[in-house]
Design a protein around this ligand. Structure first.
Ligand SMILES: NC(=O)c1ccc[n+]([C@@H]2O[C@H](COP(=O)([O-])OP(=O)(O)OC[C@H]3O[C@@H](n4cnc5c(N)ncnc54)[C@H](O)[C@@H]3O)[C@@H](O)[C@H]2O)c1
Length: 338
């Protein structure tokens, strides 16, 4: 039986990967510090009996010994633990840097020492201010970001993780797959981290104004978590290692249209307000006006195309359905203290 370690296995992507592994009959261990992840997230995909099969270790990837201990008998590691999301990155930049760089270093060291294949997520943010709208894996990363803005530091931590992974690949001391996800979303995604869909839907449901950053003309493309995980497992099943691969959709929606679509779908009386994110985030905010992935490499390797990704209407309907079941609205009302 495949023995798998999933760091951050209670988070948005990690819990969906966990579910896929359980359904495949793998022996799954999670390390999660519960900073954002909760065990309930697993119940979105699995029943109680399935969740009971998972070994959940409450701990941090910053604990080198703990990582080593749980890496040693595994064959595969999905390293999903990280600190991310606009609100959390701006609020906890040093913790973010330690988690994403030192934590990843520990996980990579463990994988190297125990010869465990590892999936390392980067981010679309590594393309920085590259003016290209559609970006490929070999395009320039981090062109022209202002280093005084802490949101770029997140991108830098992910570039550091990519470089560390590539250096270990160069030494032929690990087997790794680097993925660059573009806006992977699911209803369990925490609103506390500042992601746009949870922010808009929770505001719409509570009848509060919906804050759109800037003009709202900026675009995003979203991928349903289960579709992302399916694409990722196709890469693994086809034994694609030692590569860097974009995973994302090329279907774009303007943020203002997203807000309007959510108001319509929730039948909300909320009004849209335009806010200056630079003021809100005290100059630490970075806006990407539009970015879509070139997924030719993913298609060539796995056959996955845009048609395999559900559209934004499906995604929003699933979020709304889920939010109606949530009893405690406090989980939506995080207020950044700046
Ligand atoms: N969701 C996206 O759109 C997206 C886009 C680009 C990259 N990524 C990357 O994919 C990975 C997974 O993202 P996600 O959306 O599932 O994030 P998430 O925030 O939903 O989940 C991260 C999980 O890691 C846990 N965690 C945080 N710090 C930890 C620590 N020190 N030790 C142990 N656990 C810790 C959290 O409790 C949480 O369960 C991350 O590396 C992220 O940077 C995600």
């Amino acid at each position: 039986m495949e023995k798998v370690l999933i760091t951050g296995g209670l988070g948005t992507i990690g819990s969906c990967i966990t579910a896929q592994c359980v359904k495949r009959g793998y022996d799954v261990t999670i390390i999660d510090d519960y900073s954002i992840g909760v065990e309930n997230n697993l119940l979105y995909y699995l029943n109680d009996e399935e969740v009971k099969k998972i070994k959940i270790i409450k701990g941090s990837i910053l604990n080198e010994k703990l990582v080593d201990e749980h890496m040693k008998d595994k064959g595969l590691c999905f390293h999903m633990a990280a600190l991310l999301g606009t609100l959390r990155v701006v609020r906890h930049p040093y913790e973010m840097i330690k988690t994403n760089i030192n934590g990843t270093h520990n996980v990579l060291e463990g994988a190297k020492k125990h010869n465990v294949k590892i999936v390392v997520p980067s981010t679309s943010m590594v393309y920085g201010n590259n003016p290209k709208i559609m970006v490929s894996e070999n395009d320039d990363c981090f062109v022209g970001g202002n280093l005084n803005k802490s949101l770029w530091w997140y991108a830098i931590t992910k570039m550091a993780d990519e470089c560390t992974t590539r250096a270990l690949l160069f030494d032929e001391s690990i087997t790794a797959l680097i993925i660059r996800p573009f806006n992977i979303v699911g209803p369990i995604q925490s609103a506390l981290a500042g992601f746009v869909i949870p922010r808009f839907i929770s505001s719409a449901i509570m009848g509060k104004s919906i804050p759109v950053y800037g003009s709202g003309e900026q675009t995003r493309s979203f991928v349903w978590t289960e579709d992302f995980v399916e694409a990722l497992f196709k890469l693994i099943d086809k034994n694609v290692w030692n590569e860097t691969v974009n995973i994302g959709s090329t279907y774009e929606i303007k943020i203002i249209d997203l807000a309007k679509r959510i108001i319509e779908k929730t039948k909300s009386g909320s009004e849209i307000i335009y806010v200056n994110p630079d003021r809100l985030f005290k100059g630490q905010f970075v806006e990407i006006n539009g970015r879509i992935p070139c997924i030719k490499k993913l298609t060539d390797l796995t056959g996955t195309t845009d048609n395999d990704f559900k559209n934004v209407d499906f995604i929003l309907d699933k979020f709304i359905e889920y939010y109606k079941t949530v009893k405690d609205e406090n989980i939506w009302t995080y207020k950044p203290d700046y």
